[in-house]
Write a protein that binds this ligand. Structure first.
Ligand SMILES: Cc1cc2nc3c(=O)[nH]c(=O)nc-3n(C[C@H](O)[C@H](O)[C@H](O)COP(=O)(O)O)c2cc1C
Length: 429
């Protein structure tokens, strides 16, 4: 179904259109909640604005930050966000999503160290504070493309994602999974040495750790029961904990995959696509009590198969099966339920960019209403890296994401990703 393109001029219009889709968005005209500090115990964020991890596919072949990586984070740091959730960084070469995905190793530790220092210094110079900086450690699993050619490492054959089942040798053995979970020890040591404040054991968007959460049909130690399906992420946390030192542990977690049971996590087991947060809430509680995570970043969906769940939009070739307000409503509802279940654990919400210039109003309403502690912005940060300072100084944004999907298309093509609308001297489709 083709939906009307974004054409709203006021909060009232958005509220009415969302309500017509059965969605109640907590929009606020008062943005002040976004500029309150947030303590994470061991460190503090100056404000409630987080930049979500956004892969730029601009690392060097050995995985070090390239020139465009440095440019991107310099702009992010100058922009004034309280927290930067640094993009996906591979833990093993065969688990890279592209030949230019970042990968932190002993050989390139120096360049990561330099970048982290530069981010912190830039924040202090421009704004008087450094952003909290979290590195996202990943194994791309099903979406591994280390040389630019797809070379999937999967947890199980998943019909909603495959036209024909992938060959058996693509399914990782229990032994291989155990070895991959152990790799997070080295990732945590290197992240700590590079100077990151925290390390994220990435568990979202159907990359390896996330795919295992829905491995209902897999046999052996990593499939079937809740304990088995969550074994990998917990082992990865344990491994990371052994080397993380002062670097805190956290995760960017899918609360809902958007695929039917038995191929989805966070979904009702009745053949519908309805959200069921029972298992995600159980896992969050375990990570909170066992690994003392000081913050969690919540997201949903799969950017390849159901991008409307992951990042609501109204442009591009793929026509979403639901109105973007429905995707936005699902995300906000899930984030809010998790925050209300664990009020002492700061939750970061995702997917605000669809609302263009009104995204900060939803963010402020979510924060002031206690639905999340921080609002995380992805595409908006590509479009307008200075947006936190702009909001603080003027209450308005002069450039917003138009949800054209250009940045995601660049990423899929293995090209350097950025905003093809507002940064078009650098990024072209
Ligand atoms: C080009 C591009 C790169 C992305 N890279 C990552 C990534 O490295 N890690 C991650 O967890 N999410 C990644 N995402 C998802 C975003 O962090 C975010 O969840 C999504 O864009 C929805 O938020 P938004 O509406 O503010 O854009 C990426 C999205 C895009 C479009």
């Amino acid at each position: 179904m083709k939906h009307e393109a974004f054409h709203y001029h006021s909060l009232e219009e958005i509220r009415a259109a969302a309500e017509a889709c059965g969605v109640n968005l907590p929009l606020s005209g008062d943005l002040s909640s976004l500029f309150e500090p947030l303590s994470l115990g061991i460190c503090a964020a100056e404000n409630r604005i987080a930049l979500q991890p956004m892969e730029g596919t601009d690392g060097t072949e050995d995985g070090a930050p390239g020139e465009l990586t440095v440019r991107r984070y310099e702009r992010f740091a100058a922009g004034g966000a309280g927290l930067i959730w640094f993009e996906a960084v591979a833990t093993v070469p065969e688990g890279r999503a592209s030949a230019h995905q970042l990968m932190l190793t002993e050989n390139n530790l120096g360049s990561f160290k330099k970048l982290v220092e530069h981010i912190k210094e830039t924040g202090i110079r421009h704004n008087g504070y450094a952003p909290v900086l979290i590195m996202q450690a990943t194994n791309s699993g099903r979406y591994s493309k280390p040389t630019g050619v797809s070379a999937p490492l999967i947890a199980y054959n998943c019909p909603p994602l495959e036209d024909t089942p992938l060959p058996r040798e693509r399914i990782l053995t229990d032994d291989a999974l155990r070895r991959y979970s152990e790799k997070y020890a080295r990732a945590a040591r290197l992240a700590r040495e590079a100077g990151f404040d925290g390390i994220d054991i990435k568990c979202c968007h159907r990359y390896l750790a996330c795919e295992l959460l829905s491995a209902f049909t897999r046999e052996g130690a990593y499939g079937g029961s809740y304990e088995n399906r969550t074994r990998f992420i917990k082992d990865a946390f344990r491994a990371a904990e052994s080397e993380a030192g002062a670097c805190f542990l956290t995760t960017r977690l899918n609360a809902y995959d958007g695929f039917i049971y038995p191929y989805g996590w966070g979904v009702k087991a009745d053949g519908s696509l309805e959200v069921d947060l029972t298992e995600p809430l159980r896992l969050i509680n375990e990570l909170k009590t066992q690994f003392k995570i000081p913050i969690i970043d919540i997201t949903m969906g799969n950017p390849y198969k159901n991008p409307h769940v992951n990042r609501p939009y109204d442009h591009g070739n793929y026509v979403p099966p639901e109105h973007p307000f429905e995707g936005l409503g699902r995300m906000m509802q899930g984030v809010s339920e998790i925050q209300h279940a664990y009020p002492d654990l700061p939750v970061i919400g995702s997917a605000f960019s669809y609302l263009r210039g009104f995204a900060p109003n939803l963010a402020a309403g979510m924060v002031s209403g206690g639905h999340c502690a921080m609002a995380g912005f992805g595409r908006l940060a590509f479009a307008n890296p200075d947006f936190p300072n702009q909001l603080k100084q003027t209450g308005k944004l002069n450039k917003v994401c138009v949800t054209c999907g250009g940045c995601a298309s660049l990423l899929r093509a293995g090209r350097c990703a950025g905003c093809v609308v507002h940064d078009r001297e650098v990024y072209k489709l």
